[in-house]
Every structure is written in structure tokens, then in C-alpha cells.
Ligand binder design. Structure first.
Ligand code: FAD
Length: 414
């Protein structure tokens, strides 16, 4: 089934000065925003622009992978058309600026779902490929790139490459997880998975301590989606208590309709003192006891299961105007344990702590997740990703990011 392109004539892209923040709202850099509305806009938009450029999506990465200090951010969200869908194979072809939310609105009523989804649906297809995102089904499905049969990569020299596991496979591999540095992804294919209902068969199990958590992880290793919340504020008997959450797409046929728009918006930046040990402990206690029994089984809609945080738009304002940093690591412990921790920014405390946590991750043979990072040191990055110089050969000479400058010490080659 081919879908028609919009009949509106292409407009030349105009540059505009506007604030573009990553989700953590740290660091804050000035940049020139240049919309890419059509697949043919790049690289023409670079004419007359100074400094480097970086394609960006919805700015849902936390740190500086979607930022370029004093550079040009090529905002792809106007390039958001669905182009083709084959219900036999589940393969959707869409422009890279389309959000996963828009893909779900199209796919769910037709009995399809995303093969892998992050904890927010407000990310673009291009952003999901460039960060090679993971979901709650990581052990079963692998990362997002495993479900992308092909995409087009456009370079600043005007060359266009069709990339797939068999065509330009080196460019394909460098671009999946390439953090926007290899070129602009204009469109991509995504293999959706069939569903028969919006519902998720859900179980929530309280645990107390790491050993109980590991037992649960072992016991439920064959369940498709698993994720845990851990109370990091409690001490003593309640230390590392949490809720182990698991789910499968319901096999009982049910209603298939698009989701309603979220109604709640976090209205303003909370003052810095609002998040402190007392308020966080209180929140954690309420969250832990929200589940009244030690083990609950229920059927729930996919929205609260996959996207609980999307119910309140701009919830990052809760951390105040200074913003937040997330520390997300994976270590090869059992099948691979991953933990993500949010920290409000306290200049003298946060960064020394993150440096120490990064060094500990290295010591345990783990890695940090670049899409969530604002603090990795060059030495840490280069140890986590020893192939970085090989990757650098695929970088487009006109593209750059503040992340790349930070972790390699290399500026734009313009
Ligand atoms: C609440 C929340 C929950 C999250 N949960 C998860 C999770 O569970 N798992 C996970 O993996 N991530 C998660 N993330 C992170 C998020 O999924 C990724 O950072 C994602 O890449 C953001 O997509 P975006 O469209 O906002 O891209 P941006 O943040 O704008 O950009 C991200 C990267 O993609 C590149 N890029 C964007 N578009 C293109 C393009 N067309 N061509 C080439 N490069 C491009 C940019 O240069 C940049 O390097 C979460 C984020 C939030 C806010």
C-alpha cells in the first residue's frame, strides 16, 4: 500500500534562532535551527551556513548528542510523512522525522505495534535509529536497528546511499547508533510486529534487595517485556526495594484504536530546593505502596505500561531550570543489567559523582549510554567504545555534535 505525499509544494528551508534543548536541559547551548521539511532539503540548506551542522529529531536524548554549540541544528520533524506500508510483511516506510507516536496512531488500528520502543513515544524514527535505542524487550528483540531493513543516508557532498545489511552494509552499521554524525537519514523502513489488542497482560511484583531482584529476573527471563523500578532513597530494611514489572501483548482480541492526546502539562520549572531527599523519599514510598499487594496481575492498556511518563508533557521541568542528568549504564552481569538514575544538577556534587560512577562502570566491564550522557570523559568514552576511531572515518566532515567534541576532543573540520 503506497501512501501519497502531501500535495503542498516544497518550501525552501529557512534558518531561525530558537531554543533547542535536550531532555535533560543540560548543557544549554545557542544554535541556529534550520528546518528540513523535504527529503531534498539536505545538503542544499548548508549553503552559506557557518560552523558545523547536526540533524536532530525531537530532542528527547538527555545530554548533548543532539546539541551543537554555536552550530546549526537541522530539525527533521517537518519530514514526517508515512510513505508505504505492506500489511503482509509489516514493513512501514516513513520519513525519518516522523514520531513513534504518529507511527503508533497509524499502526495500532491496523493490528501492528513497534518492534522496540523506548520509555517515550515522542522520539523520531531517525533519532531512534541514530541512538539505536532499546526497549523493555531488549533480551528478546535486541535494539531498534535490528528491525530496520533499510534507510537512505544523505551526505553533505550530495551523495545518497541506500543502506541495508547487504547494501552499503558498512554505512548501515556505522549509522545505526552513529548519533547523527554519518549523514542525514531521510527515510527508513521499520518492520512492525502484529498485535490483536491494545492490552498488555501485566504483573507487578514487589522485591526487597538485589538478590530478590536477580531471582525474579532469572525466573521471568522468558517474558517478553521486563523492567524494574528501584527505590534508591531508602535505607536499612527497605534498601533497594522495588517493583519488578513484566508484560506480554494480550492474546485475547480487543479494541484497536489510536491513543488520546495527553492532557496534562507540567506548567513551570520547579525551584531547585523542591527535589530533596525528603520529597524523593516520600514519592518513592508512595510509588512502592501504590501497588497494594506484593504481587498483582492485571490487564492494562499499553500507554501506562510503555509510556507512563508521557502522561505529563514536559515533566523534565520538575528538575528546575538547571536541568537533570541521567546516568545509564549496562554491565555484563548475568544477562546484562542496566540501570538508569536521574540526578538534579548540583554543580559541585553531580559531576564528580558521575565521574566516579563512570570509572566504576569501566572497572566492571560495562558501558555508558551516549544518548543519556552529559558527563562521560574522553578517557571513559574511548575505553567504552574502542572502535571510535574506526567509526570516525564514517563521520560526515560537515556534521558534528557537542557530544562528539566533548568525548573526542575533536572540533568541526570546517
Ligand atoms: C522519558 C524518556 C524515556 C526514554 N526511554 C528510553 C529507553 O527506554 N530506551 C532508549 O534507548 N532511549 C530512551 N530514551 C532516549 C531516546 O529514546 C533517544 O534519545 C532518542 O534517540 C531520542 O530521539 P529524538 O527524535 O528525540 O532525537 P534527538 O534527541 O533529537 O537526537 C538524538 C540523536 O539522533 C540523531 N538524529 C536525529 N534525527 C536524525 C536523522 N534524521 N538522521 C541522522 N541522525 C539523526 C541526532 O543527531 C542525535 O545524535 C528516553 C528518553 C526520554 C525523554
Amino acid at each position: 500500500m503506497a501512501m501519497s505525499q502531501s500535495a503542498v509544494e516544497p518550501q525552501p528551508a529557512k534558518a531561525a534562532h530558537a531554543a533547542f534543548e535536550s531532555w535533560g536541559r543540560y548543557p544549554k547551548y545557542n544554535a541556529n535551527i534550520v528546518p528540513l521539511n523535504w527529503q531534498g532539503d539536505f545538503p542544499g540548506v548548508l549553503a552559506g551556513l557557518h560552523n558545523g551542522a547536526l540533524p536532530v529529531g525531537l530532542g528527547r536524548s538527555y545530554g548533548d548528542v543532539c546539541l551543537l554549540k554555536d552550530g546549526n541544528l537541522l530539525q527533521t520533524t517537518g519530514m514526517d510523512r508515512l510513505l508505504d506500508f505492506d500489511p503482509e510483511t509489516g514493513i512501514l516506510t516513513a520519513e525519518a522525522g516522523v514520531s513513534l507516536a504518529k507511527i503508533l496512531d497509524f499502526a495500532v488500528p491496523r493490528g501492528f505495534f513497534l518492534p522496540v520502543t523506548p520509555g517515550t513515544k515522542y522520539v523520531t524514527l531517525g533519532g531512534a535509529i541514530a541512538c539505536d535505542i532499546h526497549g523493555k524487550n531488549h533480551e528478546a528483540a535486541g535494539s531498534f536497528g535490528n528491525h530496520v531493513p533499510s534507510f537512505e543516508l544523505v551526505r553533505s557532498d550530495g551523495s545518497r546511499r541506500l543502506c541495508s545489511p547487504t547494501q552499503n552494509s558498512d554505512w548501515y552499521a556505522a549509522t545505526i547508533g552513529g548519533m547523527g554524525l554519518t549523514g542525514v537519514i531521510t527515510w527508513a523502513q521499520l518492520k512492525l510486529r502484529p498485535i490483536v489488542s491494545r492490552k498488555i497482560d501485566y504483573e507487578g511484583i514487589q522485591f526487597h534487595g538485589i538478590d530478590e531482584f536477580l531471582d525474579l529476573k532469572q525466573r521471568y527471563q522468558n517474558v517478553e517485556y521486563t523492567v524494574s523500578w528501584v527505590d534508591c532513597a531508602s535505607t536499612g530494611r527497605n534498601f533497594a526495594r522495588g517493583i519488578f514489572m513484566l508484560g506480554e501483548h494480550s492474546k485475547a482480541p480487543g479494541e484497536l484504536k489510536p491513543s488520546p492526546e495527553p492532557k496534562l502539562v507540567f506548567p513551570f520549572d520547579l525551584p531547585g530546593f523542591a527535589l530533596n531527599h525528603t520529597t524523593v523519599s516520600l514519592f518513592n514510598s508512595v510509588f512502592f505502596h501504590k501497588q497494594m499487594k506484593a504481587h498483582v496481575k492485571t490487564v492494562q492498556d499499553y500507554e501506562p505500561f510503555f509510556y507512563p511518563l508521557d502522561a505529563v508533557l514536559h515533566w523534565n521541568r520538575m528538575y528546575g531550570s538547571r536541568g537533570l542528568v541521567q546516568f545509564q549504564y549496562a554491565i555484563p552481569w548475568q544477562a546484562g543489567i542496566m540501570l538508569a538514575l536521574d540526578f538534579p544538577i548540583k554543580p559541585d556534587l553531580t559531576f564528580p559523582l558521575l565521574k566516579r560512577l563512570g570509572d566504576m562502570t569501566l572497572e566492571f566491564g560495562g558501558r555508558l549510554y551516549s544518548a543519556k550522557d552529559a558527563a562521560m570523559t574522553p578517557a571513559q568514552f574511548q575505553a567504552f567504545y574502542p572502535q571510535w576511531q574506526q567509526f570516525a572515518q564514517y563521520r560526515d566532515p560537515r556534521l558534528n555534535s557537542s557530544f562528539w567534541e566533548r568525548v573526542t576532543g575533536g572540533g568541526s573540520t570546517l
